[in-house]
Design a protein around this ligand. Sequence first.
Ligand code: SF4
Length: 360
Amino acid sequence: MTASVSGGGRLPAWDRTPADLRGLGYARDPRHLFGRLQRVATWDASGPVLARPGRTLADRSLCLDLPEIVEARPSADGATRLVLALEDGARIEAVHMPRAVVRPRVTVCLSSQVGCAMGCTFCATARMGLVRNLAAHEIVGQLLAVLHRYGPTSAQKLNLVFMGMGEPLHNVEALVRALDVLCDPAGLAVAPSRITVSTAGHVGGLARLARARWVPELAVSVNGATDAVRRSLMPIGKRWPLAELRAALVAWPRRPHQKFTLEYVLLAGVNDDDESADRLAAWTGDLAHVLNVIPFNAWGGAGSPYREPCSERVDAFVGRLRGHGCLVKVRRSRGRDARAACGTLVAPTPRAASGSVSRS
Ligand code: SF4
């Protein structure tokens, strides 16, 4: 473990808001204490430097252990795939992606579950099945461990994307709790507009997240322009068809100028034909959106039933969408040579369960 205080059955510190700390008896200055816990800029090499408040916490009930980074695999494009071990031995993956453009920023891709229950047929993570949900303190601790090792120490240079292992909205209460902590002005203070939650189209979770205090940006995996194609790729489409998904987006409490990110993994011979492009454009209609077309990243070699489309087909598909007025970007996943790309996150973890689709 990275931080200085061992577990020992104490309550985890990382999902405590200032109000919680006050409730636990840290009434003198819980916002200050919360800030010392959450702002890695105030930590030293071994973890949070809490001086007297830290000793008080350790003496009382809070545990400051962080997930441990057990593997770091850099790729040529600057992204680093990280494997983190949780207290029970389960493993998750995060990706650290610095971007040295005009204003240097870092995007950290986070996991929300160990494995995933959604069973998307093109996704490597789906093969693990769902092992378990992450608790809110594990979601926050995952980020703090990454920031402590790799930076940045300021949230002004930070973007967060929940696109790692798991369907975040299948673990929506822990997600909402983590957002409460991460966005709190006394802590890291990450702007909700800098946080993107990626969902396979979990309409039930969308309704809950829409009522959260901090409402993030959304990225929605569409991947099929008809219910039949989408269901064949994403079993969640059986529960929530495209029309219901679209209605949930229409009802979303969108900020002014906010656009939905719609993801479409392009699979050769499956969903990359002209008719699919026409139907997809019709489905998006007047939704404020950016459509990311992601040529399939062949993670599985012989294990994957899908192929990457040729560049001519990608160009034709994208051109057709643009002809319909869609705002389209072609995305190539970062970290491909380190298997840190979209849909490739699999960490060896014990107790892998079956990949059945949850109906929650
Ligand atoms: S694409 Fe996302 S939702 Fe689907 S199985 Fe993979 S991790 Fe789960």
